[in-house]
Write a protein that binds this ligand. Sequence first.
Ligand SMILES: [Cu+2]
Length: 291
Amino acid sequence: MMISRRSMLTGAASMATMPLLPHRGLSAGMDRETLEAALAKAQIAPEGYPQTEIWGFGSRVPGTEIRARQGARLRRWLVNSLPEPTSLHWHGIRIDNAMDGVPGVTQEAVPPGGEFLYEFDLPDAGTYWYHSHNQSYEQVARGLQGPLIVEEAEAPDVDREEVLVLDDFRLDPETGAIAPFDNMMDFSHGGRLGNIAVTNGVFNKTLAVKQNERLRLRLINTANARIFELQLQGLDGWIVALDGMPLEMPQPIPETFLLAPAQRADLIVDVTAEDDAEAHLVRVERDEAFS
Ligand SMILES: [Cu+2]
């Protein structure tokens, strides 16, 4: 098969990028029913900037993708290797209350070194995500979140699909460290905005696509305060689902569209970019420190 030089970029303004990582397997030594929350290093800022210490499920951000068929039973041992208690919430899933992961309400938080078994059925197909529900304001922003994809029995007819987790981080450009979480300005102004936006934890990567290829894009906003304003260039298509719910009628993608924190949107797009051109998922706003 020919390798196309066309690529799809996502990111800030026209030159930017917020790209994609391949789905990765489980860490060595972990059985497939374990999800470990642990510290790890990640290259969040562009190459040339220092790495960042993140907290991640599966030691990465976003966390290990969980993918299952509609109707399947999901079983995961949460293993807490963090320095503080945590829990797992399965955002958007219709679930037994005991599995909903809210400390002090449905369970006790899992202490450092502790474990907790989450086990439940997946009644609905769609694009979901999971995240810490303890000190969420800080823990989710440190990276404790990941995609949860429930596949339909009959998937739409596309060439392939990509899961795009949109997020932002507030980093010190000098050290790469995540900024402290004690800022009263943030608490009094509707949440914490980052200074760098990423896709799948990466600032600057691209995905090769072919003209006329049909893609399903599963967008998930895991930022805790940023509303992403997005545009497509060299791509055209429909919004087919929002927050895991299929739309009755696919909606043509407008010139700009919004993705609020925790929101998901499933798009089906055709690559319309010309030969040697690039297609973009564009974030309209610019980053302050890293653009
Ligand atoms: Cu949530």
